[in-house]
Structures are given as C-alpha cells and as structure tokens.
Write a protein that binds this ligand. Structure first.
Ligand SMILES: [Zn+2]
Length: 158
C-alpha cells in the first residue's frame, strides 16, 4: 500500500498531536487510532515528562483498543503515528491484534538525527516495526511530513 490523501489527513493529525505534546512540555510524538470505517476512536501524545518512559501514545492506543474494541474490529483499525513505533509499541500493537500502521518519520531516521546532534543513544534499538512484528502491514516514512517531525524534535532539544 502507499500513503493516500486520506492517510495523510490522519498522519497530519498525528503530527499536530506531536506539536501539542511539545507545547505541553513533553516529547513530540503523537498517534491516532482510526476504525475500519474511518472514524477516529482514540488519540494521544507522549506523556513521558512525568518520568515514566513507557508512556508512548502507540502503547496507550494498544491498551485502549484491547479494552474497548473487539478483536475483529481491531484488525480493521489503522494507527497513524508521527514517529515509527518503537519495539515496545510494535510488540504491544501486534499482541492486541491491531491492523495497519502508517508513520511519518522512521525510527532509523530519528536515531540518525539524534546521533548527528550528539544526543545520547536510546536505550532501545531502533528496529523497524516488521523486524519486531513481521506480520504487520506498515507504510512509511512519509517524505512530505518527515522534515516537519524532525523540526519538532529539533525544537524539543532547544
Ligand atoms: Zn514506543
């Protein structure tokens, strides 16, 4: 699959949520859960500023979906996210049986940028989603939105 205009509308929302996270003093990551029928079911952004580094929006989506969406409907959902799922979130996504993932910026690109900036390496390897969960359908990166996401991360580092 490729990234369609409809996909880009939800991806844009995910990037807007990342910007909102940054404005509220958190790291710029945002994600949206969309049903098979195209409705936004749940959306969130990073909440790691409080000291819990597992508070990623993709993880919150997986747990929310497990509680509120039937297994059949979960498989038809699409998750849009500003940055590619980390291994923890890719695993959670696969464990709860959610459907396709569309991301704006890859984890590899973020790691590359952080290294260029001389930032400390993440404690978790930037593995591609399909290395963690080979059965998932994944589309990304989006070359139109990647520079915008990088700019948010640059702003986050001051
Ligand atoms: Zn994550």
């Amino acid at each position: 699959m490729t990234i369609s205009d409809t996909d880009r509308r939800f991806l844009r929302r995910a990037v807007d949520l990342a910007a909102q996270a940054l404005r509220s003093g958190d790291e710029p990551f945002g994600s949206v859960l969309v049903s098979g029928g195209g409705d936004v079911l749940f959306e969130d952004h990073n909440h790691v500023a409080g000291g819990d580094a597992t508070q990623h929006p993709e993880f919150a989506i997986a747990r929310w979906a497990a509680e509120h969406v039937s297994p059949e409907d979960r498989a038809r959902c699409v998750v849009y996210t500003s940055g590619e799922h980390c291994p923890m979130c890719a695993a959670a996504h696969a464990w709860v049986g959610l459907g396709r993932i569309v991301y704006a910026m890859s984890g590899a690109r973020l790691a590359e940028w952080a290294a260029e900036e001389g930032l400390p390496a993440s404690p978790v390897a930037p593995l591609p989603i399909q290395t963690v969960a080979p059965g998932l359908v994944v589309d990304g990166p989006d070359p139109e939105l990647t520079p915008e996401v990088i700019a948010l991360h640059r702003r986050a580092r001051g």
